[in-house]
Design a protein around this ligand. Structure first.
Ligand SMILES: [Zn+2]
Length: 325
């Protein structure tokens, strides 16, 4: 019998969960997706997650004892010592001991990470972050996620995950953020903020292409719709997105001044749909707002792994935690 150890990575999002089983060399064997809905309550989501994990392992047909561990990325801050989810607003979770619950039911070692930390680690190991001392991940989406891998390790507090770039102050006395404070970067530059401004512009008659494509319904204003509207000549939408990308770039410049990363990786749906615009604006903002000595050294790149960054990162992180990097 082969002694290969396999690793399972799971990305638990607010709307879907993705599980992927990897070989010891992190080649993808099987992946499965399932819907998530926070409104169903924690019990139902965890039951679905347990089923997804079991189904993925069963589909791969590997003996349970050859599963070396399960790594999860979750959308919110985590206690890095206990693997408890401190809060996951999109799932309605608060202080949920996820690692303990899953270890009891899955009979495998489990580690829980913040999803953006896992994604940044995935890009560092398998994507664009080759041989870097410090990689920063910036993922604008519904909110704005940030992660940092420093000397090969996720940068965290003693107890809690950190690098909450989305909640850096961008505009004093600015818009109300989901966290309850005002003026956070994600209240001004996330996809949700862009969609709100774009809907207003469409309503005012400043974005005829967008109005035709999606109306003024915020839920219809997805990244690709925004990209199509810009391609069709909606100048107002381009201005809104460029402004948000610049604000992200100003935050990136502060991070460059603080810890001099080798690489800043930009990822997520908005960046995938509007890569050129995002890279241009973030590069320009870093060049004008970071110290020249430090700005000159940092590479700004688009993420390479798409949806697989977090599952790969979480699988590699649990492997490393088990002493099998
Ligand atoms: Zn905030």
């Amino acid at each position: 019998m082969s002694k290969t150890t396999y690793w399972l990575g799971v990305d638990l999002g607010g709307t879907k969960m993705l599980a992927a089983l990897f070989t010891g060399k992190f080649k993808l064997l099987v992946e499965r997706k399932e819907k998530t809905s926070g409104q169903d309550g924690a019990k139902a989501v965890i039951a679905r997650l347990q089923q997804l994990i079991a189904d993925t392992v069963a589909e791969a047909g590997i003996p349970e004892k050859q599963l070396g561990g399960i790594g999860l990325g979750v959308p919110g801050p985590v206690n890095v010592q206990t693997g408890a989810v401190i809060s996951a607003p999109n799932l309605g979770w608060h202080n949920l001991p996820l690692q303990k619950i899953l270890e009891r039911s899955c009979h495998s070692p489990v580690r829980v990470f913040n999803d953006v930390d896992a994604g940044t680690y995935g890009e560092f190991r398998f994507g664009t972050g080759e041989q870097a001392r410090c990689v920063i991940g910036l993922f604008p989406g519904t909110g704005i996620g940030g992660g940092c891998v420093y000397d090969g390790k996720i940068f965290t507090g003693r107890e809690n995950s950190c690098f909450e770039i989305g909640h850096m102050l961008a505009v004093p006395e600015g818009r109300l953020c989901g966290c309850g404070r005002h003026g956070c970067l994600e209240a001004h530059a996330s996809r949700l903020a862009i969609a709100a401004d774009s809907a207003a512009a469409a309503y005012r008659g400043q974005a005829p292409a967008l109005l035709k494509l999606a109306g003024t319904d915020l839920r219809e204003l997805k990244s690709r719709t925004l990209a199509k509207s810009i391609a069709a000549g909606d100048r107002a939408i381009e201005d809104i997105v460029r402004r948000a990308a610049r604000q992200l770039g100003v935050a990136a410049a502060s991070i460059v001044n603080l810890i001099a990363p080798d690489i800043i990786v930009l990822g997520g749906g908005l960046v995938e749909a509007l890569e050129k615009l995002y890279l241009e604006e973030v590069r320009a903002a870093v060049m004008s707002h970071a110290m020249p000595l430090l700005a000159d050294r940092v590479k700004i790149r688009a993420a390479q792994l798409g949806d697989h960054a977090s599952v790969l990162g979480a699988a590699a992180l649990v492997a490393e935690a088990r002493g099998k990097p």
